[in-house]
Design a binder for this molecule. Structure first.
Ligand code: GLN
Length: 474
């Protein structure tokens, strides 16, 4: 999709202005209902589009992403624009600098249509935790778009952006992508700089593309990855292009079927769609290898201990003094400012995780919980390392169910957490993972997309993307 648009732009079949206006019109027409965007950057987008058109007019060569309109999850900083993380506490926060991914995209000439909705601070699986209202699924407006990057997935799935950025701490690019019928990709931890991404859980967060195709994901990935001196967890790697080396490939590939991921709790219709894909892959030369990975069942527990701990520490900076909402006029003391600002600024789920995390990290409990979870995390990594001795990629459904109804799980945090059961392992193991559309289930006359997840070896995104592109062709 991006390559085609690029060719049309370069050969002057369309202008970036026309393309951008077309997407802005689509937002105008549909987003009142879907609510994928928190903030549409119309003037900026049109200005950037015009600059690209001027460049083409002068005979300039365009980068692949140049002049192509996209959307950015509202937890990434774009200098001079509001960056709310869908929280009241940052409702009026204007980013003073560009996130590293934005700096990189600026150099590539990307056109930002706007900032998209998310669960507050990226905590959730349905975008129902946004302080500014839920995002609806473009396939069925009574259902969630998934989360936490629900706005980005709905924007791409609903044709309100060509591509988008999401962030993925426990599945937040992949699960909403699977609910909205698009591709969601989480790179290896350390591939993409987190500088300028509002931190959720620092040892889990990774920014990733949400796109229509695997090729588009590779194009965006090329643009945003790389070592950044502003994020010490990023790693220097050879800079071969993922899109140039992308070749759909299933022949002779060993695909590991994680046995534990096809058991209890998996919706039979989702299982059927995924299994049918796997049969087709087999017919096209892939070899299916069933694997037992008993450590993976601990991933959810590890994640829901470590993640809130890191959240409680990261969100401590939001105290009413340094950023955002400040309730000092209603307060009598400095402590009162903290308490009142945080009470009014954070939503229920954020408070829940701050409390959980603070408890886990408190003296006397730290060793029993955080440290223990950290040790078990290492065992999960070892299990992945063993698995990737035997297979090229691992496969599973992305989510145990298709998109659920708005309100269906909102009252029960535990049930909501269980929707992450297949996605969190990749974040615990720090490996790359991708969700691609695998088919649909039909419910009450509506088509609901189902995603298939592939997980790859550390730094071996290329192999995983090639297999993903192979599946896509099926
Ligand atoms: N749904 C998961 C959670 O609630 C993952 C969120 C994410 O990846 N940002 O924590």
């Amino acid at each position: 999709m991006i390559k085609e648009l690029h060719k049309k732009l370069q050969s002057k079949q369309i202008t970036s202005m026309q393309l951008t206006k077309q997407y802005l019109d689509s937002i105008e027409e549909k987003d009142g209902e879907i609510h994928g965007y928190l903030n549409v950057l119309k003037d900026r987008a049109l200005k950037n589009a015009q600059e690209v058109d001027e460049k083409i007019g002068k005979g300039g060569d365009l980068e692949l992403l140049e002049g192509v309109p996209c959307a950015i999850k509202d937890n990434m900083c774009i200098a001079g624009t509001k960056t709310t993380a869908a929280s009241k506490i940052l409702e009026n926060y204007v980013a003073p600098y560009d996130a590293t991914v934005i700096e990189k995209l600026n150099q590539k000439g990307a056109v930002y249509l706007g900032k998209t909705n998310l669960d507050e601070f990226a905590m959730g699986s349905s975008t129902e935790n946004s302080a500014f209202g839920v995002t609806k699924n473009p396939y069925d407006n009574e259902r969630v778009a998934g989360g936490s990057s629900g706005g980005s997935a709905a924007a791409v799935g609903g044709n309100m952006a060509v591509w988008a950025l999401g962030s993925d701490t426990g599945g937040s690019t992949r699960q909403p992508a699977s609910f909205c019928g698009v591709v969601g990709f989480k790179p290896t931890y350390g591939r993409v700089s987190r500088n300028g991404l509002i931190a959720m859980a620092s040892s889990y967060d990774q920014i990733g593309p949400i796109t229509k195709t695997v090729e588009d994901a590779a194009i965006v990935f090329d643009a945003i990855c790389g070592k950044d001196e502003k994020d010490n967890t990023t790693v220097e790697k050879e800079d071969a292009s993922f899109v140039e080396n992308l070749k759909p490939d299933l022949k002779g590939k060993k695909i590991g079927l994680v046995k534990e991921f096809f058991g209890n709790g998996l919706d039979g219709r989702v299982e059927k769609v995924v299994k049918e894909m796997l049969e087709k892959a087999e017919k096209n030369g892939a070899e299916l290898v069933e694997l037992e990975m008993p450590m993976l069942k601990h991933s959810l527990a590890i994640y829901y201990l470590m993640m809130p701990s890191e959240v409680s520490s990261n969100l401590a900076r939001l105290d009413g003094i340094r950023y955002g909402l400040n309730e000092s006029k209603k307060s009598k003391s400095i402590l009162d400012v903290y308490l009142k600002s945080r009470k009014a600024g954070f939503g229920d789920e954020s408070k829940r995780r701050i409390i959980l995390g603070t408890y886990v990290l408190s003296s006397g409990y730290y060793d029993a919980y955080y440290k223990k979870a950290q040790s078990v995390r290492e065992l999960v990594k070892e299990e992945f390392a063993d698995a990737f001795e035997k297979v090229d990629v691992l496969v599973s459904p992305t989510s145990p169910t298709p998109a659920f109804k708005i309100g269906e799980k909102a009252q029960d945090p535990l049930e909501m957490y269980l929707t992450d059961v297949y996605t969190v392992s990749a974040n615990v193991g720090m490996i790359p993972a991708i969700s691609i559309p695998a088919g649909v289930v039909v419910e009450a006359g509506k088509k609901l997309p189902v995603g298939l997840q592939l997980m790859g070896k550390w730094w071996d995104e290329q192999n995983m993307l090639n297999v993903a592109a192979g599946f896509e062709q099926l």
